[in-house]
Design a protein around this ligand. Structure first.
Ligand code: SF4
Length: 407
């Protein structure tokens, strides 16, 4: 039977189809407007048509918000001044999330507190990791010499980067090693609020889409598959309006089976790559550290994974957080190797040494244990990478995002 705390948290799990509608309070011509950021070109065109404007004005709005990253309606100079004024008078705004605070790590990682319009007291977290973390290259491959091509181009101090964004404020899943879990679920982010974190970071670092090697991971605060419609809405916006490749995006789930089954139906043109937060070699240990496993055990997750039609050379990533003495022992590595083999799926494993956080009673694994774990899996022919811990000093590393302001 699930403990009371677990039941409480499961009660917070939102229905998978409960996506928030775009924040459009009134159609054009009403007393007040809403936020435009988050609407795709088609919705913007419909809005313009409703205003008696040509539909291609919607495309101009989309271009300005998503490609040129304009955050103020007044500055969208491709629209006539009178139209801009009319939109403003009717209460419309771009409404893109803004970076409210930046914490910089000695290793170049930046952690952001991002404020969404209309949310004065609440922030979500996003992370910028220049030079990646040695795990995910974003296109099904891992690091290669091509990464050097971008070195020092345009005076940038980074060759490539990974951006990590949040999908919810807090999280209901309650993984025992995770700081975000301590917040519980506070609310779902909208598609615009998720994609807006990416655009705000692109604007800060002058990212050139299509030229810069930037990968995006939906691995910040929250369980994306418990906010499915908004997460996929954000992925679609980023592909269709911003121009990112879905193969440069990875979504990580704790193993929400109905979400994986839904994800398996998404067309390859917009579907990000998939990572499973595995973290344990068997149901007994996984159930202890990830109570969600009691609802959807490992085999159920693997069955759902088999429904995903992978692209050529695409692999599913298993994220494995090593907890000292709990999940990092030689027998655990052997068991994970057997588990991976049994799935018959093309898989790669990212090993992550657990990052300490206040109020969480686990220990970091010894570096020798991490290396031994890697060697065991690699010896079984499983592509295995140890991810560099990034931004530990600013609480930006995996499982450390909790609106920690002490930096
Ligand atoms: S690890 Fe991810 S799914 Fe688990 S509690 Fe933390 S944010 Fe939620």
């Amino acid at each position: 039977m699930l403990s009371r705390a677990v039941t409480e948290n499961l009660r917070q799990l939102v229905r998978l189809d409960a996506g928030d509608p775009a924040d459009v309070s009134h159609a054009f011509g009403g007393a007040s407007g809403g936020r435009l950021f988050g609407l795709d070109a088609e919705a913007l065109a419909a809005l313009m048509a409703q205003a008696g404007e040509p539909a291609w004005r919607g495309r101009q709005l989309a271009e300005a918000m998503y490609r040129q990253r304009v955050a103020d309606l007044n500055e969208i100079t491709t629209l006539p001044k009178s139209l801009r004024q009319r939109l403003i008078d009717e209460g419309w705004q771009v409404g893109r999330p803004q970076i409210a605070q930046v914490f910089q790590s000695v290793d170049g990682t930046e952690r952001y507190l991002v404020q969404c319009p209309g949310q004065d007291t609440e922030t979500v977290e996003a992370v910028w990791m220049p030079e990646g973390d040695d795990g995910e290259n974003g296109d099904g491959s891992d690091l290669d010499g091509n990464d050097l091509d971008l070195k020092d181009r345009a005076g940038k101090r980074w060759d490539r980067a990974t951006i990590c964004v949040s999908s919810q404020v807090g999280c209901a899943v309650n993984c025992q090693f995770c700081l975000t879990a301590k917040l519980g679920l506070q609310r779902n982010l909208t598609a615009g609020e998720i994609a807006g974190q990416v655009i705000a970071i692109f604007a800060r670092h002058g990212v050139e889409v299509g030229r810069d090697r930037v990968n995006l991971v939906f691995m910040g605060m929250g369980e994306p598959f418990l906010n499915y419609d908004n997460f996929m809405g954000a992925a679609r916006l980023l592909v269709e309006e911003v121009g990112l490749s879905p193969q440069r995006m990875t979504v990580s789930t704790s193993g929400i089976v109905p979400g994986i089954e839904r994800f398996a139906q998404e067309p390859a043109e917009v579907r990000p790559k998939l990572a499973i937060s595995l973290n344990a070699p068997n149901d007994a240990i996984r159930g202890e550290i990830m109570p969600i496993n009691r609802k959807w055990p490992i085999e159920a997750v693997m069955d759902a994974l088999r429904q995903v039609q992978l692209r050529p050379r695409e692999r599913i990533t298993f994220e494995y957080v090593l907890l000292g003495g709990v999940t990092d022992q030689p027998q655990h590595a052997a068991e994970v190797a057997r588990l991976v083999r049994r799935t018959g799926l093309p898989v790669k494993v990212n090993l992550i040494a657990w990052n300490p956080g206040p109020g969480i009673a686990y220990s970091m694994p010894q570096p020798e244990a991490v290396e031994a774990f890697r060697v065991t899996l690699a010896g079984e022919g499983i592509p295995t990478y140890v991810r560099k811990p990034r931004g530990r000093d600013i609480f930006a590393a995996c499982g450390q995002l909790k609106r920690t302001v002490e930096g």
